[in-house]
Design a protein around this ligand. Structure first.
Ligand code: ADP
Ligand code: MG
Length: 310
């Protein structure tokens, strides 16, 4: 497998002395979809600023498809890695949607016809065809997010990096945006690297997860990461509600091979169990149930150090 991104020994402190990253090492293969989770201030955005060369850092190596990012010309770099920041207002600054989406291709020196083609294709991909003449400033937040994504897609990057893509979107926009990112990965083969807190969206957008808290503190499948209560708690993270609910059902005697990561998976698992048990699920309360239940609830509770648990 080809390494799309390889990071070795990356440390970074801001000029005021704040250490944001300490000896970060990770490798992401071409075509993977990776989610990076970590509490606020964990260094996720700082890490992404390294991936598009905004922060130039002599400490550590970042390579893209085998080439050190520090030695790449900006035109090559943006063609390889596109970063979509959390706030679309940081990304959109031109008078029209066309100009914003065309900005990268124009700066890559492409001819007018190719620029127009790229803008058309990028807007089509994000579902904003015909929006060329609109003023970015006047669009809804969800539409701005799409234009910001289009302004990166128009450079046809091989790696797409998204910082908190689902934050502040309404449920329908969120679901559409998740599908869109997933399509870019699965249909177009773009490697996707996403930072987010949205644990319910995570299983769809990740085949692998890194937990970042200045350093990489864990790596694994979504199921492995969500099963590690202590890891989640010490890093101010959480598991999907449906996953926690099934942990609770386990305490009441319901056994399933897997715990679901999504609502759809929960329905499948329940259906399978009921079909296999002649249409019944047997739940019970034994003496040990209360203790197990309290342990489960306790382990997921971020307030437990404050003595809120009875
Ligand atoms: N421009 C900056 N100057 C000084 N410190 C910063 C700056 N940007 C971020 N930081 C600090 O660096 C750390 C990592 O921040 P950030 O990368 O934004 O984390 P995250 O995206 O995971 O929330 C935090 O402690 C934050 O306060
Ligand atoms: Mg951030």
């Amino acid at each position: 497998m080809v390494d799309a991104i390889k990071v070795e020994g990356l440390s970074y402190s801001y000029s005021d002395g704040t250490t944001a990253l300490e000896d970060v090492n990770l490798t992401i293969s071409e075509g993977e979809k990776v989610v990076i989770i970590g509490p606020n201030g964990a260094g996720k955005t700082t890490f992404f600023l390294h991936l598009n060369g905004t922060i130039k850092n002599p400490q550590g190596n970042v390579s893209v498809f085998g080439r050190p990012i520090s030695s790449m010309r900006i035109e090559d770099r943006i063609h390889q890695v596109g970063v979509v920041f959390q706030d679309p207002d940081d990304q959109l600054f031109m008078p029209t949607v066309f100009d914003d989406v065309a900005f990268g291709p124009v700066n890559m020196g492409l001819d007018e016809e190719e620029v127009e083609r790229r803008v058309y294709v990028a807007l089509l991909k994000v579902g904003l065809e015909g929006f060329e003449k609109r003023v970015p400033h006047n669009l809804s937040y969800g539409q701005k997010k799409r234009v910001a994504l289009a302004s990166v897609l128009s450079m046809e990057p091989k790696v797409l990096v998204l910082d908190e893509p689902t934050a502040n979107l309404d449920p329908k926009s969120r679901a559409d945006f998740i599908d869109l990112i997933n399509d870019l990965n699965e249909r177009d083969g773009i490697t996707t690297i996403i930072a987010m807190h949205d644990v319910n969206a995570l299983p769809v957008l990740a085949n692998r997860v890194y937990v970042l808290n200045r350093r990489i503190v864990a790596e694994g499948s979504p199921r492995e990461i969500f099963s590690d209560w202590e890891l989640l708690r010490t890093n101010s993270l959480e598991a999907p509600d449906v996953f926690k609910l099934f942990k609770v059902l386990n305490c009441f005697g319901y056994s399933s091979d897997d715990l679901p990561l999504s609502f759809d998976e929960a329905v499948q698992i329940l259906t399978k169990t009921i079909e296999g048990k002649e249409g019944h699920i047997h739940l019970h309360i034994h003496e040990h149930t209360h203790k197990e239940l309290s342990d489960v609830i306790h382990s997921y509770n971020h307030h437990r150090d404050k003595g809120n648990i009875k």
